[in-house]
Unconditional design. Sequence first.
Length: 345
Amino acid sequence: MLKIDGSIGFGQVFRTSIALSSLTLTPVKIFNIRVRRPKPGLRPQHLRSLQVAAEFVAADIKGAKIGSKEVTFVPKRYNIPEYKKIDIGTAGSVVLLLQSILPLLAFSDHIVKLEIIGGTDVRGASTTIWFSHVFGYYMKKMGINFYGITLRHGFYPKGGGKFFLRIFNPNSYLKNLILVERGKVDGMNLWSVASKHLQKAKVAERQIKGFIKNWKEDIPRNSYFRYDNSLSPGSSLNAHVFFENCVIGMDRLGEKGKRAEEVGEECASELKKVLNSGACLDGFMADQILPFIALAKGTSEVKVENFTEHVTSNIYVIEKFLDVKFEIDKENKILRVKGIGFSGL
């Protein structure tokens, strides 16, 4: 049984461990789960991810309870449904839950459709808009038929957002990625979302206004805004810049007491930092792509914004499960790995 020390990182270590254990049917014991967090151990969102993954691979699990710092996960066989409705039950992140099962779904021998209820725009996680348009872009680039859409946005504390995902890999191998040069810029999309509680104050439009005020870059731009029947008041802004070879995204959430224009200004400032770094992958994408390029056929080479703790801890987990070795070129901010060429379930 493989043993993974969760103190190496945060929740990402747990999610990647469960994802690769499920895909490779490798029993794993994860200990010291989230011990560096104010509330260590499993939270409701992690527990729900564990339960869903266990169902998809008929796994035996021990330690499946809130606050547990040690979990044993023993997958037995693939049991991936064609359709599944998943209710997180809280405002727990839809995107973070998906990280625990996405590698498995990417190699399924049939189309998988999921409807997930939970938090779509919550602190500590990427938004589902980013997931659909940025993460989804790279999945398609690697050969996966990927379609995601947010049916209703869910903010803290009630959640209740609805996200639909359809995923299918028509080929047995994932394509490797060479992302060192961005190529020419093609344009930008802004997606501003708010609950109908905030429509009278025109929060969605003002977030865009704040972004544009602080951006001042000569890039063709499309702007979209939406008000949703969300259970809790909230807002978010997503900005995606499209290049010839990559997409770079940034998101920011609205906060009580913070002006909508300030949300937009912050989003623009953070996006500028990523663009000035010369990276092809934004900070969200840098760690989330790692399991996929390790599983792909051929050598991948990607330029990242920086080597965050999420990146290094994810590498630690991946190298435990798969016969790969990442090369880190800190001077040029480049990651290289020769994928194992995983050929499907």
